[in-house]
Design a protein around this ligand. Structure first.
Ligand code: MRU
Length: 337
């Protein structure tokens, strides 16, 4: 494993997560073999990022089976626990997709379920490599063979996948080819996936970067500092509308105004062809404390009401291309993925 860490692994019949709430201060691994604390970890973003959540769902099915065997759960309880796991976070389709895909192997027995989960994890890793290559080819084809300044939002790297990443995977591939001047990483309010996680990965990969507040992205883009922006996705509708971390839409609008490429990079498993447009995407709304408190200290007036959506939806018309491990889709009006 090239990055020197793994966001999620199956080890000694437990799921081991790198605790992303503690990065970059400490690299702490936590093992799980019970569903309740595992769901809590998913909801607190100990593990996060759509593809990693898919892998978390896949191994979570084995965790549920093992816990059921230890505690003598009925078949009905086991199925109920799988539903709880599937629904732990609503927006990233990869979680539900992986749970449903892997639970189909239940009749074949526990070891077959584990083998299917391992297979899903290894396909996820390969998809990072393939997205990296397709995305880098797209950028070079569009902008030429030159060092570029690239902007990204949230964290879409090895912490969010089992490989190099989606958008950050493309950036790492561009760096390998010698075409990254520097990266502007949006801090990504309110949980700071950009300034804590993306900056940490960029530092480890020796890629020059600045972190910036989310509110600086439009200025950076319109002032001509940025050649292209790349983000990941949590769910992509059939028409190309893409849900991603809150603040992604503002980046897309600024890129549209500046006339620079805005790429969405995500595996095919993030494309949800069962929904026609982004208006059907369930957006996770998170708790008040993420906004009213900072490190446990109240920073807003007591009783302040919040609007804290974890994701927004960028309409397809503002997306230059969707990059998957199979294709680069440039979606014209009225076309679908
Ligand atoms: O709330 P998070 O940190 O799970 O949100 C993650 C994102 O929005 C990512 O950009 C997305 O899942 C793609 S990760 C390759």
């Amino acid at each position: 494993m090239s990055s020197g860490f793994e966001a999620i692994v199956w080890k000694e019949n437990k799921i081991v997560l790198l605790d992303q709430t503690q990065i970059p201060i400490s690299e702490t691994y936590i093992s799980y073999d019970e569903l309740a604390p595992y769901i809590d970890a998913i909801q607190r973003l100990v593990v996060r990022g759509a593809p990693a959540l898919g892998v978390a769902g896949a191994y979570g099915v084995v965790l549920v089976i093992d816990e059921a065997a230890r505690k003598g759960h009925s078949a009905q309880e086991l199925e109920h626990n799988l539903d709880l796991l599937r629904d732990a976070r609503p927006t990233a389709v990869n979680l539900a997709w992986a749970v449903e895909k892997i639970r189909k192997h239940l009749p074949e027995g526990r070891d077959a379920v584990l083998a299917a989960a391992h297979q899903l994890a290894s396909e996820d890793k390969q998809s990072s490599t393939d997205m990296g290559n397709i995305g880098a080819d797209w950028l070079i084809n569009k902008l030429g063979s030159k060092p570029m300044t690239l902007l990204t939002h949230c964290n879409t790297g090895s912490l969010a996948t089992t490989g190099t990443g989606t958008a950050l995977g493309v950036i790492k591939e561009m760096h390998k080819r010698g075409f990254v001047k520097e990266v502007y990483a949006d801090e990504t309010r309110p949980l700071l996936q950009g300034s804590r996680l993306t900056a940490w990965e960029l530092m480890k990969s020796d890629i020059p970067y600045h972190i910036e507040p989310d509110g600086a992205a439009a200025m950076a883009i319109l002032s001509g500092r940025i050649d292209a922006a790349l983000i990941g996705a949590d769910r992509i509708a059939k028409n190309g509308d893409s849900a991603n971390k809150i603040g992604s839409l503002s980046v897309a609008l600024a890129c549209h105004a500046a006339g620079i490429p805005f790429l969405v990079v995500a595996p095919e498993s993030t494309v949800d062809r069962s929904i026609k447009t982004g208006s059907e995407i369930h957006i996770e709304i998170r708790g008040d404390e993420e906004l009213t408190h900072f490190k446990g200290i109240q920073v807003a007036p007591i009783g302040a009401k919040t609007f804290n959506p974890a994701f927004d939806v960028t309409p397809a018309k503002y997306i230059s291309a969707v990059i998957t491990e199979k294709h680069s889709y440039e979606i014209a009006e009225g076309q679908t993925l």
